[in-house]
Design a protein around this ligand. Structure first.
Ligand code: MN
Length: 571
């Protein structure tokens, strides 16, 4: 809902008061692109409203530059708008100005960058809403980038392309990620951009015009079959991703089918399939180009039906079919959870959302770990980018847990991301049912089963191919302790929990998170499914023998959906 409507609905609400406050605070200031400065926080807040953010976030979007640019004290914001809004505004201010210079950064710059990334990580794990505000802020800054001097344009565009666009992507905000890349593209690759415009403009426009003529046909045949589409839109491929695709296909424009596509949004999943049927009945589908991402979502959660048909005048048309919910998830990513969870009655907080995103937690753990060491800042930045901001693959455990890893990761990386103990005791791996060497490079969608043996230790050789900093770090730690205590096996008193479970996605994660929250160290984790047992079970060794603590933990474990029974004994 646009800000103006929000204010009409609630003239004395948070948003209305924040708007008046920010307007007054920025009065007299102008932007480099001309016009009153207040246009910028207003545009930021409009974007947040279009992502269905809550009022506190929208208000903080309006106020996000008041501390830094108007000298308003944080106490004034707290007094006027309360702790929540003040926390968000303060969080965005603390993220500060990211002086990003990319790979070519000099050493002392690298230190600043690492510090900035560190702040971003903390913001991410504390309250994702701070990051949403920062992304909305960046979106408007990119849209008005032309007004800045060229050197600054390049730096901001690079930072957007290398940090903010991947960050948006990792939050599932694919549309925003693409938009940020598209806005950065002309500043980073001016020659390529000019080439693309010259060589594709006509084809683009012809295709767009063609699809506009097909649109009413699609609507008509659907209505004839009693399907009322909520929306049919023509979607043009972004220049930045078109360019990447062309590079992969030797610049052959003719082979890009989906340069422009039709998108049909309907109410329900059965209607998605009915729509596909009607379309195939009307226009013949191109063979092997039907993709059912509803039955088999992409590992990143993307859902839609895709098909390519031979339309009127024998021209190919790519069509995507999805429900409103799928569409919103694709557009807004994790922000869509607000929308749908809120409808269900329980409002989800930014902090809760951050907890749900395991990779945010991984990032936080990883970063805490590194900040305690005297690691070279440039090296840390590089490692962080390799681990979290580069191309990702999504591998799957036999139970269906998705493990998100950088490209070229190996089974050893997979094992350590599931659990340290599984990594340490890994002896081999099966990928899609076949045994593979441990340096095998995983691909998205691979089902990875790790073979373990109790008491096994990592081999020094693993450092040759392990890709992630998490795995490399654990291997080094394990090697160190192996060398320090060559004979001694682990000593601490421990207990074994036996947990009967009903298999479901995410269960291992929930169990280990519950144990960790109760401050019990996990020493080992094994899943077993012996014949004759009603349920498979997980055996977890934890490092404590305090019965009271264990019994308290058991109560918590039993509350996890899918956990059927828990017993324990001391070892
Ligand atoms: Mn700003």
């Amino acid at each position: 809902m646009p800000i103006a409507d929000l204010i009409k609905q609630n003239p004395n609400g948070l948003v209305a008061r924040a708007l008046a406050f920010a307007e007054k605070a920025h009065r007299g200031q102008t932007r480099k692109s001309g016009g009153p400065y207040f246009n910028h926080p207003l545009a930021t807040a409009e974007t947040l409203a279009s992502w269905h953010m809550d009022d506190a976030t929208i208000a903080a979007g309006l106020l996000h530059d008041t501390i830094e640019d108007t000298g308003t004290p944080i106490e004034a914001i707290k007094k006027e708008f309360g702790d929540e809004v003040a926390f968000l505004v303060n969080g965005v201010t603390k993220l500060g100005h990211f002086k990003y210079r990319g790979e070519k950064a000099r050493k002392h710059d690298a230190k600043d960058q690492a510090e900035n990334l560190r702040r971003m990580v903390i913001a991410l794990s504390e309250d994702l809403r701070v990051v949403f505000i920062k992304l909305a802020d960046r979106l408007h800054n990119m849209a008005t980038l032309a007004a800045l001097p060229p050197a600054k344009q390049k730096r901001i565009a690079l930072e957007t392309d290398e940090i903010y666009a991947p960050l948006a992507y990792r939050l599932g905000m694919y549309n925003l990620s693409g938009e940020l890349q598209d806005l950065a593209f002309p500043f980073l690759y001016p020659k390529e951009y000019a080439w693309l415009i010259t060589n594709t403009k006509e084809q683009y426009e012809t295709r767009l015009a063609y699809l506009e003529t097909v649109k009413p046909d699609v609507e008509r045949v659907l209505r004839e079959h009693d399907i009322t589409p909520l929306k049919i839109e023509v979607r043009a491929k972004r220049y930045s991703s078109l360019y990447k695709k062309l590079l992969r296909r030797n610049m052959e424009m003719g082979r890009i089918y989906d340069m422009v596509a039709l998108r049909v949004i309907v109410a329900t999943i059965p209607e998605c399939y009915a729509t596909l049927g009607v379309i195939h009945e009307t226009w013949p589908p191109a063979p092997r180009r039907i993709k059912d991402y509803i039955a088999m979502p992409k590992p990143n959660g993307y859902r839609s039906l895709h098909t390519t048909v031979i339309g009127p005048e024998d021209k190919t048309i790519e069509i995507q079919i999805r429900t409103k919910e799928m569409h919103d998830e694709d557009q807004y990513g994790v922000a869509a959870h607000w929308l749908y969870k809120e409808k269900g009655g329980s409002k989800i907080s930014g902090k809760k959302l951050a907890e749900e995103l395991t990779w945010v937690q991984q990032l936080r753990t990883w970063q805490d770990h590194f900040s305690g060491q005297t690691t070279d800042a440039a090296e840390m930045l590089q490692a962080m980018k390799v681990d979290f901001f580069q191309h990702r693959i999504f591998a799957v455990s036999p139970r269906g847990d998705v493990v998100d890893l950088p490209a070229e990761s190996t089974p050893v990386d997979f094992a350590y991301h599931v659990h340290t103990e599984i990594g340490d005791t890994c002896t081999g791996a099966k990928v899609n049912g076949a045994l593979v060497p441990l340096d095998h490079k995983l691909k998205s969608g691979d089902v990875v089963q790790i073979l373990t043996q109790k008491g096994k230790k990592p081999s020094e050789d693993w450092l040759r191919f392990a890709k992630t900093a998490i795995a490399r770090d654990h291997i080094r730690t394990a090697l160190r302790s192996k060398n320090r205590f060559p004979q001694k096996e682990r000593g601490p008193a421990r207990a074994e929990l036996k947990i009967a479970v009903e298999d479901r996605v995410g269960l291992i994660k929930d169990i280990s998170a519950t144990i960790a929250r109760n401050h019990a160290n996990i020493l080992s984790f094994h899943s077993d499914n012996p014949k004759g047992n009603r349920y498979p079970f997980d055996k977890v060794e934890i490092q404590t023998t305090e019965r009271a603590k264990i019994e308290k933990l058991i109560v918590k474990l039993k509350a996890i959906p899918g956990v059927k029974e828990v017993s324990y004994h001391l070892i």
